[in-house]
Design a protein. Structure first.
Length: 78
């Protein structure tokens, strides 16, 4: 059966559809479900990677000596 013959059988069925009713159907649900699963996996991965991050800053080597002398402290004595 050729595609043109198949279309001639499908066209009368399309005329029976309600033109005021639009639904996403199964394909729309599958796309939405795939996006939801992808977002869930990305969030799970982000949570795992954020758990590995060390948020404590290591002090700079010269910062301790400068703090002792008052250079970074901002306490200028007059």
């Amino acid at each position: 059966m050729y595609a043109t013959q198949a279309l001639t059988h499908v066209v009368p069925l399309a005329a029976e559809l309600d033109k005021n009713k639009v639904t996403p159907g199964v394909l729309g649900f599958l796309v939405f479900a795939a996006l939801a699963v992808g977002v869930w996996q990305l969030m799970k991965s982000m949570n795992r990677h954020m758990g590995r991050v060390n948020f404590e800053e290591a002090p700079e080597p010269g910062a301790a000596a400068a703090a002792e002398t008052g250079v970074l402290g901002g306490s200028a004595e007059k």
